[in-house]
Design a protein around this ligand. Structure first.
Ligand code: NOJ
Length: 520
């Protein structure tokens, strides 16, 4: 009898062959006027996932609860489709299939995260869950066997509930707890893992979870908790960087960075100085807030951000700024703590100034920023309502980062992708990856930006936080109704594989029916 993973392997290869036969393989032809740039051989191509979004097995083998487990069990209506991550794509059991899928794409890197409560069920390192450790070692060894390099995120939002009960990232003690957790992980897996990212998307996590109530912990501490969360995360990241740098790097010889997220912001009217300023302010308040302390020469929060929140806090009668202050030692400790610029990017907004908009709280990040964000009605929105497709935004953002922080460290796009409402013929995703990757090539070849890698979000359909399973981001379809969570490659998987093979974009590889998809 064949093992389940062998059967899955055969099924996936068969699906690919079928797609090849039905679609045909075209030679590489650049579209009129497009350059035939290629990605260098050393370019790190990968796919990304996160533990909570795919693993399931929420209470198996001694795993502790994460704040997402606890909160969604208590508030089942929190997600739009009233689902949770209890089963997800069942990758805890099906990781071998996942690795076969990754391999079939021809990518050499896999960005995954570890579940903190699977390793430390109570959050702190006085007790380590051996079964959790065994699981991740098996996954990592399987990846190595498949010649895929793991890129591991320590924290992708699934905080142990025990630590959330202490205030989560608004608690200064989190810096110590995060360092303790990181020490355990580096000592247990650092012989295998050579590329780490500390925290995923500080901005999105703190904004949606602490400023608003879009994500767990739904704290709604707008304009206060948000900055505490950001502040302690920056300190936590820096501590973990130094821990690795001093205690582990000499032996383990790896790299460690952080993953920041940003929409690009364009002025609504590029001839209007106020809109131009608003776009810059938006980028500084959303990305500069985190990037400047880490990547700028002088460190600390950007002057614009400092000044704005200090002034607002004063006007609002706060005894001190809502944005905490780093000591000079802390500024130094944070500065330069990343071996690469991990960037998650999905979409762009059009910025214009505003002092108040419906839905803004006072105080809040939105109110402090004072930017109304619109999107061009011509930009397609194929899934999540925030994700409008505007490929040049990636090139412009990469240029903005290069202008602001130079090329001392390379940019690695740690996430980029698009959502839709499902289906194997995901032309929208094929087009999105082609166009965004093409813009990345332009940033590299024509603008001189230093970009070393790109990870597609995401390997397969998964649990999309407050959107549950209602929208899809995967290269592979997952049948969430089947007990075996059957995985099937979509057209975008085939297309991505071709990009991996040729290291170029071939816009003709999969013909997009133009009568149906006018805007793509
Ligand atoms: C970024 C997050 O890191 C990831 O968890 C999420 O699924 C994607 N954005 C899409 O929203």
């Amino acid at each position: 009898m064949q093992s389940p993973s062998r059967v899955a392997h055969i099924a996936i290869i068969a699906c690919f062959s079928l797609l090849f036969i039905t679609k045909g393989v075209n030679t590489i032809v650049s579209k009129n006027g497009l350059s035939n740039y290629s990605f260098p051989d050393k370019f790190m191509f990968g796919v990304a996932t996160a533990a909570f979004q795919i693993e399931g097995a929420w209470n198996e083998d001694g795993k502790g609860e994460s704040m997402w487990d606890t909160y969604l069990h208590k508030h089942p209506n929190f997600t739009v489709d009233h689902t949770n991550g209890d089963l997800a794509a069942d990758s805890y059991h099906k990781y071998k299939q996942d690795i076969i899928m990754i391999k079939s794409l021809g990518v050499k890197y896999y960005r995954m995260s570890m579940s903190w409560p699977r390793i430390l069920p109570n959050g702190t390192d006085h007790y380590i869950n051996k079964a959790g450790v065994r699981h991740y070692r098996k996954v990592l060894l399987e990846l190595i066997e498949a010649k895929i390099t793991p890129v591991v995120t320590l924290y992708h939002w699934d905080l142990p509930t025990a630590l959330m009960d202490l205030g989560g990232w608004t608690n200064p003690k989190m810096v110590d707890y995060f360092e303790d957790y990181a020490r355990v992980v580096f000592s247990l897996f650092g012989d295998i893992v050579k590329i780490w990212t500390s925290i995923n998307e500080l901005h999105v996590h703190c904004y949606n979870g602490y400023d608003l109530n879009n994500f767990v912990p739904a704290m709604k501490s707008h304009g206060v908790g948000f900055y505490l969360c950001s502040h302690y995360m920056l300190l936590g990241h820096a501590r973990v960087y130094h821990l690795y740098d001093k205690e582990f790097r000499p032996k383990q010889k790896g790299k460690i960075g952080v993953t920041l997220d940003a929409f690009y912001a364009e002025p609504k009217d590029s001839n209007n100085k106020e809109d131009v300023d608003a776009a810059e302010r938006y980028l500084q308040m959303h990305l500069g807030l985190y990037a400047h302390p880490i990547y700028s020469k002088e460190g600390d929060y950007p002057a614009l951000v400092r000044e704005r929140i200090d002034t607002m806090s004063k006007i609002q009668g706060y005894p001190r700024s809502r944005l905490p202050v780093f000591t000079p030692e802390e500024v130094e400790m944070i500065r330069g703590t990343s071996d690469f610029f991990g960037l998650n990017h999905y979409t762009t907004i059009l910025a214009s100034p505003s002092s108040m908009e419906p839905g803004w709280s006072v105080p809040s990040l939105d109110h402090d920023t004072g930017v109304k964000s619109d999107q061009d009605p011509k930009w397609p929105i194929p899934g999540a309502d925030w994700l409008a497709v505007y490929p040049p935004g990636l090139r412009k953002l990469v240029n903005w980062i290069t202008r602001n922080y130079g090329t001392r460290v390379p940019i690695i796009v740690t996430e980029n992708g698009v959502s839709d409402f499902g289906g194997l013929n995901d032309y929208v995703r094929v087009s999105y990856y082609n166009k965004y990757l093409y813009q990345l090539l332009l940033a590299m070849h024509e603008d001189g930006c230093r970009v070393d890698g790109y990870f597609a979000w995401t390997l397969m359909d998964d649990f999309e936080w407050s959107d549950g399973y209602s929208i899809k981001f995967g290269l592979f379809h997952v049948d969430f109704n089947s007990t075996e969570k059957k995985r099937t490659p979509k057209l975008s998987a085939l297309n991505y594989r071709e990009i991996m093979r040729t290291r170029r974009i071939n816009f003709n590889y999969i013909k997009i029916p133009s009568y149906k998809y006018k805007n793509l």
